[in-house]
Design a protein around this ligand. Structure first.
Ligand SMILES: NC(=O)c1ccc[n+]([C@@H]2O[C@H](COP(=O)([O-])OP(=O)(O)OC[C@H]3O[C@@H](n4cnc5c(N)ncnc54)[C@H](O)[C@@H]3O)[C@@H](O)[C@H]2O)c1
Length: 428
C-alpha cells in the first residue's frame, strides 16, 4: 500500500497495518473540520512513543526478552489514557493506532483525557504466573518515566486483567515511594477499583446497541445476535443481550465457532469457557464451524469483540446483518466500511460503541482521587446516560452531515481535540 502521508521513518510505507487504517479515517473527517483542519497533522503523528526492552528470568533459569511499547498519541485534552495489551502479534503500528483511537474515543464521550496505549509482544499463555508477574513489573518500571495519575493512566486490554493492574500499581508505588491508586484503572475492588468496571465495556456495547436497534426498528426481544470474541467485552455483551431476551445464535473465539439457531445458553457457555479455555467442545450446540464461515451467519446484530482488522473487503460481502456494534477496537477496515454502508448495514463504531470501559475507568480515577466510592447503581446509571447522550449527539451529526456514524463520531471528537489544541496554542 502506498500513501500520500508524510510518514515517519519508523513505519513501513508498504505495510502500514492498523495505523494506515486510522490515517484513512482521519482523511475522511478532515473535510468536515473547517478552520480546525489546519491542526489536523497533529492527529497524524503520535506525541510520544516509548519502545522498551522487557527482559525476565524464566522459571527454567533462561533469560527472555520481549518488545514493549507505550504510545501517547495526543494529550491536548488531558493526561493519556488507554489499555495495555499482551499479545504475540503486538506491533508498533498497532499500538499507535490503538492510542489514536483512544484520543478519539475519550473526546467522543467527553471524558477529560488524551489517548494512549501500551503493549508487549508476548503470548502470555506461554508464561507461568510468576513469569507474567515479573514481565508486568519490569514493563511498568520501564514505562514509569512517562506514566502517572496526572500523566498517563493504563488499564486492561486484551490478555490483561485486574491482577495485572494490581501488579502495575504496586510496581509504580515501589518505584515512586508512595501509593497512587489512580495510576491505573481496572484494578481489583479491594485496591480502589470501581464497581461495574469489569462489565462496563460490554454494558456500553449493549446500551448503544439498544439505541441503534430503536433507530433501525429492530426489537431486542428475539433479535439474533452473533458475537466474535467471548472475553471481557464479548462475554459481558452476550450476557446482557441474552438477559434482555435476544438470542445469541453464534459465538466465535480463538478456538472456533459455536452455533445454535434458537440461542446458545450463555451462562453455560461462560462456565464451559472458564473450564476449557474456549468455546470449542461446548456441548449444547447445533454446529461447530470454521473460522471464516462465521461471517456468513445471518443475524440482526453482529458484534466483533476480538481483535482489529477482522471485517475486510474479503468477508464484508458475506455479512448478512442489520447492525454492527464494534466492541473490539478497529475491527473493520475502511474498504469493508464502504461495502457495509452500501448494504445499508448500520455500524456503531468502536470509538463510540466500546467507550463504556474508559468511561467507568474515568469514574474509577475520580473515585480514587477523592477516596470516596460510588454504588454500582450510581455507576451504571451515569454510564448509561453518557453512552446514550454520546450516541444521540453522533446520530444528529450523521443525519445533519449525511455521513456514517464513524465519520460523525470522528467529527465530534476531532473537533473537541483540535479546539483544545487551538486554545492552548503551540509551545514554546
Ligand atoms: N476490556 C476493555 O475494557 C476494552 C475496552 C474497549 C475496547 N476493548 C477491545 O475489545 C476487544 C476485546 O478485548 P477484551 O478485553 O474482551 O479481551 P479478552 O482478552 O478478554 O478477550 C478476547 C477474546 O477474543 C478472542 N479472540 C482472540 N483472537 C481471536 C481470533 N483470531 N478469532 C476469534 N476470536 C479471537 C479470544 O478467544 C477472547 O474470547 C479488543 O479489541 C480490545 O481492544 C476492550
Amino acid at each position: 500500500m502506498t500513501t500520500e502521508h508524510a510518514l515517519p521513518s519508523y513505519l513501513n510505507p508498504d505495510d502500514l497495518g492498523p495505523w494506515g487504517q486510522y490515517l484513512k479515517q482521519i482523511d475522511r473527517v478532515t473535510p468536515h473540520l473547517g478552520n480546525l483542519s489546519r491542526w489536523v497533522e497533529t492527529l497524524k503523528r503520535p506525541k510520544r512513543i516509548l519502545t522498551v526492552d522487557v527482559p525476565i528470568e524464566r522459571d527454567d533459569g533462561s533469560i527472555a526478552h520481549y518488545e514493549g511499547y507505550r504510545v501517547q498519541h495526543n494529550m491536548s485534552r488531558g493526561p493519556g489514557k488507554g489499555g495495555v495489551r499482551f499479545h504475540q502479534d503486538v506491533t508498533l503500528s498497532e499500538v499507535m493506532a490503538l492510542s489514536a483511537w483512544m484520543t478519539v474515543k475519550n473526546a467522543a464521550v467527553n471524558v477529560p483525557y488524551g489517548g494512549a496505549k501500551g503493549g508487549i509482544r508476548v503470548d502470555p499463555k506461554t508464561l507461568s504466573r510468576g513469569e507474567l508477574q515479573r514481565l508486568t513489573r519490569r514493563y511498568t518500571s520501564e514505562i514509569s518515566l512517562i506514566i502517572g495519575p496526572n500523566k498517563d493512566i493504563p488499564a486492561p486490554d486484551v490478555n490483561t486483567n485486574e491482577q495485572v493492574m494490581a501488579w502495575m500499581m504496586d510496581s509504580y508505588a515501589m518505584i515512586e515511594g508512595n501509593l497512587s491508586t489512580g495510576v491505573v484503572t481496572g484494578k481489583p475492588i479491594s485496591l480502589g477499583g470501581s464497581l461495574g468496571r469489569r462489565e462496563a465495556t460490554g454494558r456500553g456495547v449493549f446500551v448503544v446497541g439498544q439505541a441503534a436497534a430503536a433507530k433501525r426498528g429492530v426489537a431486542i426481544q428475539g433479535a439474533r445476535v452473533a458475537i466474535q470474541g467471548f472475553g471481557n467485552v464479548g462475554g459481558v455483551a452476550a450476557t446482557m443481550f441474552a438477559e434482555a431476551g435476544a438470542k445469541v445464535i453464534a459465538v466465535q473465539d480463538h478456538t472456533g465457532t459455536v452455533v445454535h439457531s434458537n440461542g446458545l445458553d450463555v451462562a453455560q457457555l461462560h462456565k464451559h469457557v472458564a473450564e476449557a479455555g474456549g468455546v470449542k467442545g461446548f456441548p449444547g450446540i447445533e454446529q461447530f464451524m470454521d473460522r471464516d464461515a462465521f461471517w456468513g451467519i445471518e443475524s440482526d446484530i453482529l458484534i466483533p469483540a476480538a481483535l482489529e482488522q477482522q471485517i475486510t473487503a474479503a468477508n464484508a460481502p458475506l455479512i448478512r446483518t442489520k447492525i454492527i456494534l464494534e466492541g473490539a477496537n478497529g475491527p473493520t477496515t475502511p474498504e469493508a466500511d464502504d461495502i457495509l454502508s452500501d448494504k445499508d448495514i448500520l455500524i456503531v463504531p468502536d470509538v463510540l460503541a466500546n467507550a463504556g470501559g474508559v468511561t467507568v475507568s474515568y469514574f474509577e480515577w475520580v473515585q480514587d482521587f477523592s477516596s470516596f466510592f460510588w454504588s454500582e447503581d450510581e455507576i451504571n446509571a451515569r454510564l448509561t446516560r453518557i453512552m446514550q447522550d454520546a450516541f444521540n449527539s453522533v446520530w444528529e451529526v450523521s443525519q445533519d452531515k449525511k455521513v456514517t456514524l464513524r465519520t460523525a463520531t470522528f467529527i465530534l471528537a476531532c473537533t473537541r481535540v483540535l479546539q483544545a489544541r487551538e486554545v492552548r496554542g503551540l509551545y514554546p
